[in-house]
Design a protein around this ligand. Structure first.
Ligand SMILES: *Cc1c(COP(=O)(O)O)cnc(C)c1O
Length: 426
């Protein structure tokens, strides 16, 4: 049986398959670059594991207080070596990316301090953490103020505005690497490095934290290589490699990470406490797989961009742009387009492929939202998924793919559903 037959069995017509192969021929060069980055990061991860002499005892389960958990402590040394930082906190008790960010901020900001975002508004869920939208236990409630400098018209940093915003109260600067669901471009690590250097010239003792979600291992360098005092993210995104079932990480300066540990468990207890609950194999092995998983997701994003661009849709980023994160936006221009695209992603999934995604009202959104995901780990956006609010410009955000072949199938299936609905011509 050849690949046409197996794809036909999955519901992909020869027309869609041939279109896909033609597109692939045009992006091979990009794939080589993505693979070279994965190779570099794979070596970096293996090197960190070898240096810390990872062995089978490091996968043992701990329960209760988790005292003397050498596997947990060694994993944190491995993370610190991957990110070239003094210390790391990598725990299942950090429930998600937002929890990791809230932890890093809450632990390092005291009443009277000010938090500054020099890159415009932060990720949605941080609005309540900071207190931009009132919430119990927000930083604002604890007397931490917030200032924001928006990007300039051309999406560059407003250095003059940032200089003016940094004052004697400014304690911590938060920089979001990935655009998330905003319309600005994501930042390269080099750009983040320039921004951090500028902020430290304005105020040498200011702390710089980077929200690293969706950006890990997309480049060879991480923000901690260019001056970040803390990098923060979720284990059900890039670094969990699809295996970690929960968790978050913070890597950075020892003084910062120690405070995070005291905030996470309790003052006086810190990093000594926290059972691993048997999750360490998935954390180590997920980190080991992460460079190739991220490469698969990035290839899927580039393929989606190239295919939909060819069909005349606006895509962000464009197919030839160098990737800064794993997210791809495709402006489908209509409700029907979004539904067809998401149906394609859903029906390509290994889990829940038989369900049909429908637009639905969601708390916190002023329009209906559609979501497609068939994941082994609930809500894991390193697994192939697509979502978006049903409103102008009718954009779906597409991300993830544990294997390139699954990401490819998802895009082909989305094209098939668009074709079947009469929304595209090949
Ligand atoms: C996903 C994400 C978060 C929040 O992570 P959750 O795990 O969903 O809480 C924060 N910032 C960015 C840029 C993200 O992509």
């Amino acid at each position: 049986m050849n690949s046409h037959d197996i794809y036909a069995q999955l519901g992909i017509s020869p027309a869609v398959l041939n279109f896909g192969e033609k597109i692939l021929g045009e992006i091979r060069g990009q794939f080589e670059r993505i693979e070279a980055i994965a190779e570099y990061n794979q070596a970096k991860v293996i090197g960190a594991m070898q240096k810390n002499r990872v062995n089978a005892t490091h996968f043992n389960m701990s329960t209760g207080y988790g005292y003397d958990d050498d596997g947990r402590d060694n994993l944190e040394r491995v993370y610190a070596d991957c990110f070239h930082t003094e210390a790391a906190l990598v725990r299942p008790q950090i429930a998600c990316g937002t929890a990791a960010l809230a932890l890093a901020l809450g632990a390092n900001l005291l009443p009277g301090d000010e938090l500054l975002s020099p890159v415009g508004s932060p990720y949605d869920t941080l609005e309540e953490v900071i207190g931009i939208r009132p919430s119990p236990c927000s930083l604002k409630e604890y007397g931490v103020s917030y200032a924001q400098v928006d990007l300039k018209e051309d999406n560059s940093f407003d250095y003059e505005g940032i200089r003016r915003a940094i004052n004697e109260k400014t304690k911590l600067i938060t920089i979001q690497r990935s655009k998330g669901y905003a319309t600005r471009p994501s930042f390269s690590v080099a750009q983040i490095g320039e921004l951090i250097a500028f902020c430290k010239r304005c105020k040498p003792d200011v702390l710089c934290m980077v929200d690293n979600c969706y950006g890990e291992f997309v480049e060879e360098l991480e923000p901690s290589d260019v001056g970040a005092d803390m990098v923060v993210g979720s284990l059900i995104k890039n670094l969990g490699g699809g295996l970690a079932p929960t968790g978050g990480y913070i890597c950075g300066k020892k003084a910062c990470i120690d405070r995070c540990a005291f905030r996470l468990s309790a003052p006086g207890l810190g990093r000594e406490v926290g059972a691993n609950l048997g999750l360490l194999t998935s954390f180590y092995q997920g980190l080991f797989l992460s460079p190739t998983v991220v490469a698969s997701a990035v290839k899927g994003a580039v393929f989606a961009a190239a295919a939909y661009e060819k069909l005349g849709f606006r895509v962000v980023p464009e197919s030839r742009e160098v990737r800064r994160d794993i997210i791809q936006a495709v402006e489908l221009g209509s409700r029907e387009g979004m539904i067809a695209f998401c149906k394609g992603i859903q029906s390509a999934a290994p889990v829940d492929s038989y369900v049909t995604p429908e637009p639905w009202a969601m708390p916190g959104y002023d329009s209906d939202v559609i979501m497609a995901a068939g994941a082994f780990v609930q809500g894991a956006s390193i697994e192939l998924s697509a979502d978006g609010p049903i409103r102008e410009p009718y954009a779906v955000y597409f991300q993830g793919g544990l294997t390139w072949y699954h990401a490819k199938l998802g895009i082909l299936m989305s094209l098939q559903k668009m074709l079947d609905a009469g929304l595209i011509n090949l």
